[in-house]
Design a binder for this molecule. Structure first.
Ligand code: GTP
Ligand code: MG
Length: 238
């Protein structure tokens, strides 16, 4: 143990910091998010509205396949897998589907903190379209037993959204369909539609996560302070 007069070398300070961080990280866990959706739906806008750290700044992603980028930041227990800039038609959608299937499977071979913990499948409400290919893809992801939430992005008026109604009626095997507006929209000089739906999205997502990912997710989100995680009812009564 050093006394007060001892000065520490940079290496010692770094080692001490790294040890402290490792034990902190062990406690807080790790959460891995897969974001899917066409270019321009608002994936990056959503991330920046939900998390304290800017996880979606263009250019800092690490390409892990042809279409998927991995975004992480030092000392941040969140990793985001995103596929920026894709039109998602025909051949591209098939290629990305294959890459996603492989990513989910490969991560699942590792310990639970490396798994893909949930998918936010983003659909732009403004486009008024939910394509068969998207529906089929969502069903395929669900078969891989990853929680999926359909996030209806850029929804101005959830009460009167025909697309929301349509998707809900499809009765897909997803965990939820949640309309959001991640950033306010200025309609006229006097009238602005405020952001909405984010707290609900965060609460529902937190409920779906294993403990190891939930702590990290709750710590890094900035939307709500009071997350009430509803415990899933155990099927086994004993
Ligand atoms: N006002 C408002 N604008 C939004 C919202 N979501 C997306 N946008 C706008 O839509 C455009 C595209 O949003 P991005 O978040 O870059 O879309 P993306 O899905 O990340 O697109 P790629 O990275 O190309 O795949 C930007 O100009 C955003 O400002 C929102 O909730 N509110
Ligand atoms: Mg983006």
């Amino acid at each position: 143990m050093a006394d007060n007069n001892t000065s520490y070398s940079n290496e010692q300070l770094r080692d001490t910091f790294n040890k402290e961080y490792e034990s902190f990280a062990k406690d807080i866990g790790q959460c891995n998010i897969l974001l899917l959706g066409k270019t321009g739906v608002g994936k990056s806008t959503l991330l920046n509205a939900v998390f304290t750290k800017q996880l979606a700044i263009t250019g800092i992603g690490k390409p892990i396949t042809q279409d998927i980028q991995e975004y992480s930041q030092p000392n941040c227990p969140i990793t985001v897998y995103d596929s920026p800039g894709l039109e998602l038609t025909g051949r591209v959608i098939q290629r990305l589907k294959d890459e996603v299937t492989k990513l989910i499977n490969e991560q699942r071979k590792l310990p639970i903190q490396n798994h893909i913990h949930f998918v936010w499948f983003c659909i732009n409400e403004q486009l008024r379209r939910f394509e068969d290919a998207e529906e089929k893809w969502i069903k395929d992801i669900v078969k891989q037993e990853v929680p999926v939430i359909i996030v209806l992005t850029q929804t101005l008026d959830p009460q009167n959204s025909k697309l929301l109604e349509f998707i809900k009626k499809r009765d897909l095997p997803v965990n939820d369909v949640i309309p959001v507006l991640a950033k306010p929209v200025q309609i006229t000089a006097e009238y602005k539609i405020p952001a909405h739906g984010l707290a609900h999205l965060v609460e529902v997502t937190a409920t779906l996560l294993p403990e190891v990912a939930r702590k990290a997710f709750i710590k890094e989100q900035k939307v709500t302070k009071n997350i009430c995680v509803k415990k899933k009812k155990s099927k086994n009564k004993n």
